[in-house]
Design a protein around this ligand. Sequence first.
Ligand code: ATP
Length: 239
Amino acid sequence: PPDGAVLRTAGLAKTYGGRTPVEALRPLDLEVGPGETFGLLGPNGAGKTTLVKLLLGLVRPTAGEATLLGRPVSDADARREVGYLPEGHRFPPFLTGRETLDLFARVGGVDADRRARRAPALLDLVRLGGAADRKVGTYSKGMLQRLGIAQALMNRPRLVFLDEPTDGVDPVGRREIRELIETLRDDGVTVFLNSHLLSEVERVCTRVAILKDGALVREGTVDDLTRVGRAWRLLTTPL
Ligand code: ATP
């Protein structure tokens, strides 16, 4: 990755305790540079969400460290410059899109001025301008995810984490989210995208890593990974 990593981990690891401890993330060294669209691929349970939560300081590592924009993830200032679309994000159905965006931004400490200035542009960016005054309960899954992305962008972050943004979204909605990610990339925003679908990340990501059982099994450009994907499919598809 280019100089001045936006995100860096060194030996970052997480074991969840309990009767049978789970090694959700094995010691990981990773760097993501400015402007990259980084795809983290892996089946459910591979540790993708755990990694994102560690990077956001929402989960405490068992070992190792992580920095965002050159600062430890425990630094509140670093976190404020980062956007996050959690997996399986939910919104109350009885507010409009506009009210929802405003409410969550207010709860997130965004001042009224910035909320008023940013909301219309954000709603347009995620193509919800025309639906902004409809109740969120009438939105499709794709629209809800786009609203969640608008929310994640409220603070003009330089880095955005999107955890399975197209999960449960129909093909048209997936394309819209993909186009939105491309827009972010063109605007120079660094995107960290979690997905369990190669087809999803291969279209938008500049670099991809594959996580399996908490370990990074492969990392490279999309071309490298697509070759691996094809070889893997050839090997596993019965003739
Ligand atoms: P998914 O897409 O289903 O979220 P994932 O790749 O994001 O999958 P994680 O959610 O990070 O995977 O989970 C990794 C492993 O850690 C799984 O075995 C999961 O059961 C376990 N795990 C996750 N959170 C906890 C927790 N709070 N306590 C105990 N185990 C957990």
